[in-house]
Design a protein around this ligand. Structure first.
Ligand code: SF4
Length: 262
């Protein structure tokens, strides 16, 4: 196991379904924390509500499991009161982009010094599979039984546009790349946003003919395209397959940030 000093074995068995991608994201995050050499008494994990937001419960450090959509508001308070602390936020697509959407864009705009990891499973997992702001157009959920008619939010592009200093996107298949991206986000002063497309076989897969766990992982891997290749295809006017999303580093810049340790 990676980072045994940070993982709360006493909380096992965990609540996640078999094949859920969230455990991989926790593992990558703790590997990054170890790489950073952070101390437990200087690090706080904050989350909202949802499957992703149960993650801090498995980590041996102070944490806040807050109200739905408000993780970034609580994390902002922690950072402003104690800029000396390392703040990591776990959130999901429903938590971050629906009820928490306003907090998201304003935390990016303020460029709050924190690392935000969004486990984007493209559905409300914990409450039974309702469509979220990132459910792909045409995808099935309990609230879109004929296929979603709405376009989905691109969370990483939203963070780039709103001003975050560091933005990257990977999937739960890309373990090494994801760990590196989280580490780079932690090293970058200001708002670091890492979107992780994760598999939810129970609620996304079940409704979209991807019930088997390898099918879901292959679905993520098969639709991911490195941003450099994507840009090259665009430049050359070549077709980009439907459902493709970019992975890689989407922004790294040095805008003035709030809550940075002095
Ligand atoms: Fe994971 Fe989906 Fe199960 Fe939630 S419902 S624990 S996201 S597989």
């Amino acid at each position: 196991m990676i980072a045994p000093d940070w993982f709360r074995e006493d909380r096992l068995p965990h609540i996640y379904c078999a094949g859920c991608g969230n455990g991989t994201v926790i593992n990558c995050t703790l590997a990054a924390v170890e790489e950073m050499g952070w101390k437990r008494n200087e690090t706080v994990f904050v989350s909202g509500i949802g499957c992703s937001s149960r993650a801090p419960g498995y980590i041996l450090a102070d944490s806040l499991h807050t109200t739905h959509g408000r993780a970034l508001a609580f994390a902002t308070g922690v950072k402003l009161a104690r800029p000396d602390l390392n703040v990591v936020v776990f959130t999901g697509d429903g938590d971050l982009a629906a009820i928490g959407g306003n907090h998201f864009i304003h935390a990016c705009r303020r460029n709050m010094d924190m690392t935000v990891i969004c486990m984007n499973n493209q559905i409300y997992g914990m409450t039974g599979g309702q469509g979220s702001p990132t459910t792909p157009q045409g995808a099935f959920s309990t609230t879109t039984p004929y296929g979603s008619s709405e376009p989905a939010f691109d969370l990483a592009e939203l963070a780039v546009a709103a001003g975050a200093n560091y933005v990257a996107r990977w999937t739960s298949y890309h373990v090494k790349e994801l760990t590196k991206a989280i580490t780079t986000g932690m090293q970058t002063p200001g708002f670091a946003f890492i979107e992780v497309r994760t598999q939810c076989p129970t609620n996304f897969g079940r409704h979209n003919k991807l019930r088997q766990i390898p099918d879901m992982i292959e679905y993520l891997r098969g639709h991911a395209m490195h941003v450099k290749k994507y840009d090259r295809l665009l430049e050359e006017g070549k077709p980009i397959p439907e459902g493709t999303f970019t992975v890689g580093e989407l922004a790294r810049r040095n805008r003035p940030a709030m809550g940075v340790r002095r």
